[in-house]
Design a protein around this ligand. Structure first.
Ligand SMILES: N[C@@H](CCC(=O)N[C@@H](CS)C(=O)NCC(=O)O)C(=O)O
Length: 221
């Protein structure tokens, strides 16, 4: 059994989609950002960065993994799926995974911050992050004109990238004219495991009462 510490965000969905695709049993612990549960001392022992997602593998001496890309690699290696074992195939997946972790995620994340949440409207910052995200999407689109999925076959690189690209409208970034990217988005969206992963955490797991109970149980660990 795997404990999944998560919230309804793109990085959280990477982990729940992978767990669903791989058919691994897991228990959801929905953390409340309002209650700052991700900064609690108990959770910081699991993820020193105080962010979601994180997992604890109860079947492997309670081994804890943080950083969504590292979680995807751990789960793929645990099951021998979604990450090829030959050197070149494995490197190709990791290249596109790193492209997401170091590029799409941080740039689109900052686009969200400045477009949606930042108290001042800093147009220069909004433009910078939205344009950079669109540029990265164009790189993805060119790649997806050559191959069906980012690394050829469906892999953890697609699972890392999909939850971000699917919320492009929220980030104020257009996918107009990116036909290959749109084809890829629709194909991944149609996967039943992806649909199940996107429903994690369930609404009732996110309410405050449940969040308080989660915080209490973590404090007693
Ligand atoms: N590089 C990290 C980023 C994780 C991250 O930024 N998580 C966000 C949600 S998508 C979070 O926990 N935010 C709450 C906070 O920053 O306190 C990863 O990929 O796991």
């Amino acid at each position: 059994m795997i404990d999944l510490y998560t919230a309804a965000t793109p990085n959280g969905h990477k982990a729940s989609i992978a767990l669903e695709e791989l058919g691994l049993p897991y228990e959801v612990h929905a953390l409340s950002f309002d209650l700052k549960e991700q900064k609690s001392p108990a959770f910081l022992r699991i993820n020193p960065n105080g962010r979601i997602p994180a997992i604890v593998d109860r079947d492997n001496d309670d081994f804890a993994v943080f950083e969504s890309g590292a979680i995807l690699i751990y789960l793929a290696e645990k099951t021998g799926r979604l990450l090829p074992q030959d050197v070149k195939g494995r490197s190709t997946v990791i290249q596109w995974l790193m492209f997401q972790m170091g590029g799409v995620g941080p740039m689109q994340g900052q686009a969200n911050v400045f477009f949606r949440y930042f108290p001042e409207r800093l147009q220069g910052a909004i433009d910078r992050y939205q344009h950079e995200t669109r540029r990265l999407y164009e790189v993805l689109d060119t790649r997806l004109g050559q191959v069906e999925y980012l690394a050829g076959d469906y892999s953890i690189a697609d699972i890392a990238t999909f939850p971000w690209v699917r919320i492009h409208e929220w980030s104020g970034v257009s996918v107009d004219g990116l036909d290959n990217l749109q084809r890829w988005l629709a194909a991944i969206d149609a996967r039943p495991a992806v649909q199940r992963g996107l429903l994690v955490p369930r609404r009732e797991e996110q309410d405050d009462e449940k969040a308080v109970n989660t915080a209490r149980s973590m404090l007693t660990r």
